[in-house]
Design a protein around this ligand. Sequence first.
Ligand code: PLP
Length: 390
Amino acid sequence: MTADPFTVPLERLRRRTSAKWTKFGPEVLPLWVAEMDVDLAEPIREALDRAVREGDMGYPTPEPYIEAFLDFARARWTWTGLDAARTTPVQSVIMGYVDALLEVTDPGSEILVNSPVYPPFFAYLKQAGRVIREAPLGADMRLDLAAIDRAMAEATAGGRRAGYLLCNPHNPGGAVHTRAELEGVAELSRRHGVPVVSDEIHAPIVYAPHEFTPYLDVDPTGMALHAASKAWNLASIPSALLIGGPESAPFDSYLAGKHHGPSHLGVLAQTAAYRDGGEWLAGMLAGLDRNRLLVRDLLAQHAPQVDYLVPEGTYLTWLDFGTMLGEVPSHALMTHGRLALNVGTDFGTGGAGHARMNIATSPAILEEAVRRIAHTLDVVQSAGASQVSV
Ligand SMILES: Cc1ncc(COP(=O)(O)O)c(C=O)c1O
């Protein structure tokens, strides 16, 4: 049934005990962390119910998970070279990209990221002794190949090894990198000898006419991470898949090592998602497609000063407040609007004056969020005006 899942009433959402719904008090509307305000897809609920009922709480069996993903990926995207032998379950996408990048770099090596980008692209790799080098997106929030070229040249100066963590599609802002852009990245990767690890967790969430291009389809030497956890809202039971390109030698060395794997429940849920969650996904995407345009229209009507980039993929939108609410607009939005958005500066260079807004919720909540944004702007602007008149 391709029903719109963004119908869970606010009063029921407030009973949730997840981070999104408990970090702030009931007066705050939370549109921050990447959780969706949906109920579980029926096939996933059934798979989890069955496991609980049967006491099926042991260790995971990887093969059905891998096969379900490969069937889903082959049917949905052009992706030559997919191979079960080069697809392996990992504990989570974050753990997967950290471990993959450790294979291609040394302590002190630099890892390129395209800021503004998902904040855990910085923290975990720094903790693992790597140095993050930013190759910021352009003002259009798209990959800047000249900046990547320069960053790769600097990161590999003196023959040092370096890696590149790509976000495909991009969080925040939802750029769906085109095949031509990714071919440009692959050419630079080859020229500078910088292996690419592509985080593709948002790949199923792409709006027509945009099309997701798997990075490994343009570069057989890279590695990629996939998971059903964003598209089917399964953050509570993480699991992911690391995929090695046919010519990725570091993937072979990864396989030779010892790594933490996912939980059995995570694997069961994601297997059901890939195998039987297609109809639910279609309904969810139709709801998000409506939401991304609704937010554009609501902002144009009530807060036209805010620059909103209509996302091509993901539900993590990027709002540009310019200088209206200072360097960290989320603070004023919390204080005056009781609205929780992610702090733009946490996403690296390019985040000042911005906030990330999660639109995976009901139209009624989005309307209230935009009302709170408009109210915040009014309060701050009239305070500024009264200061001028004093
Ligand atoms: C780009 C990106 N990568 C990874 C994750 C988290 O993945 P996991 O929970 O499997 O580590 C997220 C969550 O929002 C994300 O947006």
